[in-house]
Design a binder for this molecule. Structure first.
Ligand code: ADP
Ligand code: ZN
Length: 437
């Protein structure tokens, strides 16, 4: 049997004109649904003098007010719920990376469309019924586990609902059952790769052929290193709880950006300072409008993720727009001694210099000056190096970081396995400055 290329071919390859028509029809209905059922958003619209009748199609999208994270905090726990409580079949919650949890609600219909999106992502990595998918994203409040689990069922793959953690058991199931696709955060994939290597597995003895990694930023060099240790092709997947979860967009085999599931979500790029919509190709803040969701239908939700949209046709045949990898989110950015620093910059220096991406950044404040320390694990084979060589390596890393960032941290090489491993999203930054403000 020939492998299928798409999960829902008629939608995934729909001509753009038709797709826009579909989006317009859905948008008109959705705005009315939200206006009628969410008092908070109705007041926002009333304040701006916009009525559902003013929205005739996607050309009117910019007339609608934004929803920001602060709105979700203000309406916690259910002020944005748009259906009667008894229609809700599940909730999920953000991982609280930025300190505030958001509760998202789903009807059965909402779960279905979300799982379809994940199924599209799974088929896009070349998986089909005969594949065995190990879902090592956390299950529970986090969307990662349930989303890919549901998608895997829809495709008909054998699903291993591992959840995160217990690395030895992960490896045992992966090798005993011959898992072919691994789904987890890139930081956990790197950790699993490292553990497999230590246990004597080489890329050709690991059954995996593809990985679907997302939920946090990761660099091109990290992708390369995961691909080499696991002997796979690593695909990116993007999503956020507010919009449903993973699968809002996903990479195809071309890997030139992630296709946004545009029949369900309209993507816009805006100038984060002014809120002005920007044309495709320009860098700005990503904003999503949910077209089909019933329970928690976000309209013009500001993600804080900075990226670029590309509407050029993709050789894979999918017509849906592609988004670039988020270039860090605006609130992931550290300001150290007045300089903007993203953890991804530090990570790429480490990988370029031959170190593993196991690091932690500690920020403090002494005499009103920021302290900036980066702790990096030594590769096991360099652990026995002399104190002198280690000091030299620390200096080299410091210089490379200064070149990249404009400021130089104190670099500390520490023994292998001494930095706490994350099983979900990596904890990269410990900022103690806030305690002394
Ligand atoms: P939280 O905001 O608490 O982390 P989520 O778990 O819903 O909540 O995370 C969503 C965020 O994770 C996105 O807004 C984005 O910043 C980040 N993210 C998700 N997938 C990716 C990806 N593939 N690459 C980079 N960042 C991602
Ligand atoms: Zn494509």
């Amino acid at each position: 049997m020939e492998k299928r290329k798409y999960y829902q071919p008629e939608i995934e390859t729909m001509p753009r004109e038709e797709l826009k028509k579909l989006q317009s029809e859905k948008l008109v209905k959705q705005v009315k649904h939200v206006y009628d059922n969410v008092a908070y958003y109705r007041e926002k619209m009333d304040k701006m003098g916009v009525k559902p009748e003013d929205i005739h199609g996607i050309e009117d999208l910019h007339k609608l007010p934004f929803i920001e994270k602060s709105d979700l905090r203000d309406t916690y726990p259910d002020g944005m719920l748009a259906v009667p409580r008894e229609e809700v079949v599940r909730i999920h919650s953000t991982s609280g990376t930025t300190g505030r949890r958001v509760i998202a609600y789903y009807t059965q219909h909402d779960i279905d469309l979300w799982e379809d999106c994940c199924a599209r992502a799974i088929v896009a990595v070349g998986a089909d019924k005969e594949d065995i998918i190990q879902v090592s994203y956390g299950y529970g409040l986090f969307t990662g586990g349930s989303g890919l689990h549901g998608g895997s069922h829809k495709v008909g793959c054998m699903t291993i609902p591992m959840s995160s953690g217990n690395t030895e058991r992960q490896i045992q199931f992966m090798t005993d059952l011959g898992a072919t696709v691994l789904c987890c955060t890139p930081s956990y994939a790197a950790y699993l790769g490292e553990s497999l290597k230590e246990m004597g597995y080489t890329p050709d003895t690991i059954p995996l052929k593809a990985g679907i990694f997302g939920a946090e930023p990761w660099t091109a060099s990290m992708r390369k290193s995961i691909e080499e240790t696991l002997g796979i092709k690593a695909y990116d997947i993007y999503g956020l709880t507010e919009i449903s979860g993973p699968g809002v967009s996903f990479e195809c085999a071309e890997q030139g950006g992630m296709h946004v599931n545009e029949d369900h979500f309209i993507a816009e790029i805006i100038n984060p300072e002014t809120g002005e919509p920007l044309p495709y190709g320009e860098k700005g803040e990503l904003v999503f409008t949910c077209l089909d969701k019933e329970a928690f239908p976000m309209l013009r939700y500001r993600t804080r993720d900075i990226c670029v949209l590309n509407a050029e046709p993709c050789p894979c045949g999918r017509t849906h727009i592609r988004m670039s990898k988020p270039m860090g989110r605006s609130d992931d950015m550290m300001i150290i001694r007045g300089v903007n620093v993203f953890p991804s910059q530090i990570e790429s220096v480490l990988l370029n210099e031959g170190f593993s991406p196991n690091y932690q950044i500690k920020l403090g404040r002494v005499n009103n000056n920021d302290t900036f320390d980066v702790y990096v694990e030594l590769p096991a084979e360099q652990f026995d190096d002399s104190v002198k060589t280690i000091a030299e390596k620390e200096r080299t890393l410091k210089d490379a970081m200064r070149n990249m960032l404009g400021i130089g941290p104190s670099v500390h090489l520490v023994p292998p396995k001494t930095i706490a491993r994350s099983e979900g999203k990596a904890v990269r930054i410990i900022d103690e400055r806030k305690l002394h403000d």
